[in-house]
Design a protein around this ligand. Sequence first.
Ligand code: LMR
Length: 390
Amino acid sequence: LFDALDDQPLDAMLTLLRQLRSDPRDGKIDLGIGVYGDEKGRTPVMQAVRQAERIVAEAQTTKAYVAAEGDARFVSLLAPIVLGAARAADDRYCGMQTPGGTGALRLAAELIARANPDARIWVGTPSWVNHYGLMRSAGLTVLEHPFFDQATQTILFDEMMSALETARTGDVLLLHACCHNPTGAGFTTDQWRAIADLCARKGLLPLVDIAYQGLGHGLEEDAANMRALLDIVPEALITASCSKNFGLYRERLGALWIRGSHAQAALRARATCMKVGRSMWSMPPDHGASVVRTILESPELTASWQAELTTMRARLNAMRAELARAVPQLASVAQQTGMFALLPLSREAVTELRVRDGIYMIENGRMNIAGLTSENLPRFAAALAPSLSK
Ligand code: LMR
């Protein structure tokens, strides 16, 4: 039976991870998969997470199932952080826990496919490599619109808006709330407003992916434009991840909110998602949700989490500034936010950096800023500079 299957190459991210792990050289620089690294190159368990894990281990009396919607208390505590207090209290928003932000995206895509089998989703070029496959797996047609020019490091806003003028009512528009993956580039508040108006005018459904909240300008700041859009459109989907801002990558923790035009519609959409989830993973895993719930129930642990997140953000921004100083052609990197930058490098140059210098980046030129340290940055900058002019 299995002989009938085609070979399935790993995606660019997973291929790179495998190459990195099998490279025996000392001094490799890992700028690949999007995981935060500190000044020593470690990905620490956050202090608040450690403490919450102790509390959870002591207090937990059972491993019985939680629920198809996951831990409802976790969802209601995370809602004001993501959506803001007013929307979190608005019954047109209905949320559920998901296995990672990826689980939220897949559920959102399945929901769209069930609500409108003809729906098409517009995704900017470039976007997170997994966005395309995730949407297609649910049967959605993916249409790409221009988003970013890698050579000039600029957002192609006019081109994007022209492409979206051809969208059909009922189409979906995928947006990154902040810290765009892979480019780090973000719309201005005016541009967000124009996108929101376009969605409302043409009847497009925004699907907003917020996977890096707190790693750009701050928890509130990173959500502000998304929240303003939510106040303009009648319906929306919001997918959140706790992988990066709580450092809970392997625990697979995320959430999906449905914003309906009225409460009943949002509830019905969530029931559809729970039914889909039931046939994929039955119920989401609990550990990460218990940990985040425990943090958010405690003012002390919440303060500790936010302080550590602030330190992480400051480090990312410091590395951006240092890279821009060391490589003047990359001045724009200092204006961008979050974990990633999409460098103007050819695929050959990326391969050369990996093979010759042990510097690992995604083949499209995406680098993880969090892989830089004050120690490895000068070597990276020196290796990079000649490739930029090629
Ligand atoms: C990334 O973009 O590197 C992360 O979101 C990890 C992943 O699964 O791709």
